[in-house]
Write a protein that binds this ligand. Structure first.
Ligand SMILES: NC(=O)C1=CN([C@@H]2O[C@H](COP(=O)(O)OP(=O)(O)OC[C@H]3O[C@@H](n4cnc5c(N)ncnc54)[C@H](OP(=O)(O)O)[C@@H]3O)[C@@H](O)[C@H]2O)C=CC1
Ligand SMILES: O=CCCC(=O)O
Length: 342
């Protein structure tokens, strides 16, 4: 258990903007001998580390924006280039491939959809690994399974670079507010040197030891969340069916032992059948699928998560993939229940 260390007490709260030279010094000492040119060194001038960010979706864009706002020298890339434009207008640089970002930066973050895209961007043609080497670091904050994270770790480490997995708890709003929770594992030096950047994007961070532990922790958290949302959906619909006001249910829950921010933030819009996307339903189903694989790998029974997964699959088949995961309630509505049972 010694590897399970809650590193909240290491937290450096909110860096002054611009990105402080003290951090640049610390970063360059541990991570990069390319971030300080020899001429600058002779003159005692520190060049701020160059940071890359790949994957500018719902989560990646606000995370990258917070880094820019903090004065970080940021280079971005996204498969759909247009998503880079708002960040470029805020001062970010742009490179046309993950390889070029990694080659031009000291440390590169990636926030990608799923295991396949995380592998493609890290290890594919023009991928990150081609631009990596000694003195550089790669921090993958995507939600993937343990095996994928270990594969990426192997590719990155074989170049002489360092690797950290750091999936996040917290959704669109916490990403915008710099209030994410990082579940990190991998190279401890990289963890320590990336810490000031994690602190810009998040409110806390856990260092969990070997690569795979961060991915596993994230999947367990999201397995619980997916089941909670499915159960909440059943409750809202049952309430309505027996003639009770679901708005009152949300209020009752908010005052009791099972209160969770998720219910109070999502409940009112679910009652109106509105699902503005913060966490896409397709990603929640992906996480349940990956959690089932994790459980299978250790012969652990997770029947409630398995049932919830089926519900998300139904919602996906009815076109709710890109809506918020709270749209899982639609899979329980009579119209879909009847068609599924035929
Ligand atoms: N939204 C949330 O609340 C949270 C999400 N997560 C996790 O974070 C990750 C990102 O989530 P989120 O930002 O919501 O997802 P989005 O779907 O909004 O963004 C996905 C990103 O991955 C890129 N991408 C997808 N496929 C490929 C590919 N084959 N090659 C290259 N890039 C690709 C997309 O590029 P393009 O723009 O071109 O499509 C986009 O940048 C996921 O793993 C998710 O599970 C974690 C915590 C919270
Ligand atoms: O992976 C998504 C997590 C969403 C959340 O923690 O609110």
């Amino acid at each position: 258990m010694s590897s399970l260390v809650n590193c909240n007490h290491f937290a450096i709260h909110r860096l002054p903007s611009p990105f402080s030279s003290a951090i640049a010094t610390r970063f360059s000492r541990h991570i990069s001998n390319v971030s300080v040119s020899s001429q600058s060194q002779q003159q005692g001038i520190q060049t701020p580390p160059k940071i890359g960010f790949l994957g500018l979706g719902i989560m990646g864009s606000p995370m990258a924006q917070n880094l820019i706002n903090a004065g970080v020298d940021l280079t971005v890339w996204n498969r759909t280039k247009s998503k880079c434009d708002p960040l470029i207008s805020l001062g970010a640089k742009y490179k046309s491939s993950p390889e070029q970002v990694a080659a031009s930066c000291d440390l590169t973050f990636a926030m990608l959809a799923d295991p396949q895209s995380a592998m493609d961007v890290a290890c594919g043609k023009y991928g990150v690994a081609n631009g990596m080497g000694p003195g550089k670091g790669y921090v993958d904050v995507s939600t993937v399974d343990v095996d994928t994270s270990k594969l990426i770790n192997g590719h990155i480490k074989s170049t002489g670079a360092l690797f950290l997995e750091a999936p996040v708890s917290g959704s669109k709003k916490p990403a915008e507010d710099g209030q994410l929770i990082f579940l990190t594992a991998g190279d401890r030096n990289l963890y320590q040197n990336a810490a000031p950047l994690l602190d810009i994007m998040g409110k806390s961070k856990f260092y969990l030891g070997d690569v795979g532990n961060g991915a596993a922790m994230k999947l367990v958290v999201n397995m619980i969340m997916g089941s909670m949302m499915a159960s909440f959906s059943e409750g809202l619909l049952l309430c309505e069916k027996v003639g009770l006001d679901p708005k009152v249910l949300v209020e009752v829950i908010s005052q009791g032992a099972i209160n969770a921010p998720m219910y109070t933030t999502k409940g009112p819009s679910m009652i109106k059948s509105h699902y503005p996307t913060a966490f896409p339903l397709k990603h929640q189903q992906k996480d349940l699928r990956l959690a089932l694989g994790l459980a299978e790998s250790v012969s652990q029974s997770i029947p409630i998560a398995a049932a919830a997964n089926e519900l998300y699959k139904v919602a996906k088949s009815h076109g709710y993939s890109d809506e918020d995961f709270s749209a899982v309630i639609e899979a329980l509505k009579t119209k879909f229940q009847n068609s599924e049972n035929q």
